[in-house]
Design a protein around this ligand. Structure first.
Ligand SMILES: NC(=O)c1ccc[n+]([C@@H]2O[C@H](COP(=O)([O-])OP(=O)(O)OC[C@H]3O[C@@H](n4cnc5c(N)ncnc54)[C@H](OP(=O)(O)O)[C@@H]3O)[C@@H](O)[C@H]2O)c1
Length: 424
């Protein structure tokens, strides 16, 4: 494609308006770098009568008016949700359009079908905006790091949880207070479930798994833990031993497979991910040639997301985008688990023998304690806390120990356990 490229939008909400404004603002710089100009032909919306911040040539509630339009070369999907977005993307490909999407839910559920359809129809797909907004992580993996076997990734991929955890560290507020602050600041949805329970990060990690490790990994297979159980006691303990807590999506290779997880983790203060604050995202990538690299930036917001969409529009228009490499050699993910050190917290009663029994259960699962601290008396509720750092332990050992300890009636609340990230 050369010269003027016609763009059809599926969706014209926050990101759509951001994209139209960015196209206007960056026209000259994009032209000087690529020789391309983009013209938005029209947009699919739910309600074409609703007033819009920036007017377009036409709005429609009929998707065919976008993907059948003769002037549309690239269809940009920014609707959200799995359906009808998947169907419309497949229809656009069938009708000869290239597609660009910011929709992680669609790619996490139906990515293989969309890449396969595009490949068989010789169309191109751009997906950069779907993972970590403005951060060009897909391009880094597909282009800049193409010569590397990727051995590990660790990413802060969700701005909502990072904002909440940053607030808990900074202002000593509870999880609930930090969530309310995030909602007031526009960094958390009224219903934040998919963010705080780790599903959003798992969807992004499953998309990255294909490009980093060459595996097809349904996101629901990724073991995931959210941040809802994190308390001030966890934050204080982490700080005392020189760590911060962040929600991490990770994949690490060993000889037998890849250990994928989404979990809150203790990160050493000197690790670059520990410095990622508020709504920012970052991903560290360990390649066999480059060793460790980190990409950092805004993972959401209309302009950062529009920046990634526009980069993909250029990529697709100049023959790039997701290619045959994303289909060749893709295998089902071999899941494995690697041992890490763990942080554990147990709410227990101020009763003789409680700590002894706890230690016995951990010992029975061969969990070796590196250090421990206990605060049992003085609490009005009579709930004590035992906080433990273990030596290298497998998640299955922790799960079994938790089951036995709960069965034994030892606890006054749920136990908590997070892995501890190794220094970078
Ligand atoms: N917002 C971000 O920071 C961000 C960051 C990265 C990725 N994304 C992704 O970008 C996509 C769009 O996000 P957004 O924040 O722009 O969403 P949004 O503000 O809710 O906009 C959605 C747009 O799609 C239209 N739409 C939704 N369902 C439709 C349907 N069934 N038929 C016709 N039109 C429909 C809406 O029409 P009406 O205007 O008439 O309601 C609206 O124009 C999502 O996939 C999101 O995950 C967003």
């Amino acid at each position: 494609m050369i010269g003027k490229i016609g763009i059809g939008l599926l969706g014209y909400g926050n990101v759509g308006v951001g994209l139209v404004k960015l196209l206007e603002q960056s026209q000259e710089v994009v032209f000087s770098r690529t020789g391309l100009t983009f013209e938005v032909i029209g947009a699919l919306v739910r309600d074409p009568q609703k007033p819009r911040e920036v007017a377009l040539p036409f709005l429609t509630d009929d998707p065919a008016e976008i993907y059948l339009h003769s002037k549309v070369d690239i269809v940009v999907e920014i609707l959200g949700g799995i359906e009808p977005a998947t169907t419309y993307l497949l229809e656009a490909l069938k009708h000869g359009k290239h597609v660009v999407t910011a929709n992680k839910a669609v790619l996490a559920e139906n990515g293989s079908e969309i890449y396969g359809k595009a490949h068989s129809l010789k169309r191109r797909v751009g997906i950069e905006a779907a993972v970590c907004g403005g951060i060009p992580v897909i391009k880094a993996l597909n282009q800049g790091l193409v010569a590397n076997r990727i051995n590990g990734i660790d990413g802060i991929m969700n701005g909502t949880t990072n904002y909440i955890l940053s607030q808990m560290h900074r202002s000593d507020v509870s999880y609930q207070e930090a969530l309310t602050q995030a909602q007031n600041a526009g960094f958390a949805e009224p219903d934040p479930a998919l963010d705080v329970n780790g599903s959003d990060t798992a969807q992004k990690l499953s998309i990255l798994a294909r490009f980093a490790f060459g595996v097809d990994l349904p996101w629901k297979l990724i073991p995931r833990h959210g941040i809802e159980q994190i308390s001030s006691a966890d934050i204080h303990f982490a700080r005392k031993i020189g760590y911060v807590i962040r929600l991490i999506g990770s994949g690490h290779r060993n000889g037998s497979g890849i250990d994928f997880r989404v979990t809150p983790a203790l990160i050493p203060e000197r690790h670059p991910l520990a410095h990622v604050q508020d709504e920012y995202n970052a991903i560290t990538i360990r390649g066999d040639a480059v060793d460790n690299q980190m990409l950092y930036g805004k993972g959401a917001g209309a302009f950062p997301t529009a920046s990634a969409l526009l980069a993909d529009m250029v990529d697709v228009a100049t023959g790039g985008g997701i290619g045959i490499g994303q289909l060749n050699g893709i295998e089902p993910a071999q899941l494995t688990t690697l041992p890490t050190r763990y942080y554990l917290r147990f709410p227990i009663p101020d009763k003789p023998g409680a700590i002894g029994k706890l230690a016995m259960h951990l010992g029975e699962q061969k969990i070796s304690i590196r250090n421990a601290s206990a605060e049992l008396s003085g609490s009005a509720s009579n709930v004590g806390q035992v906080q433990i750092v273990t030596h290298q332990t497998y998640p299955s050992q922790i799960e079994k120990a938790f089951d036995k300890i709960i069965e034994d009636g030892l606890l006054l609340g749920d136990p908590v356990g997070f892995p501890i990230l190794n220094p970078s």
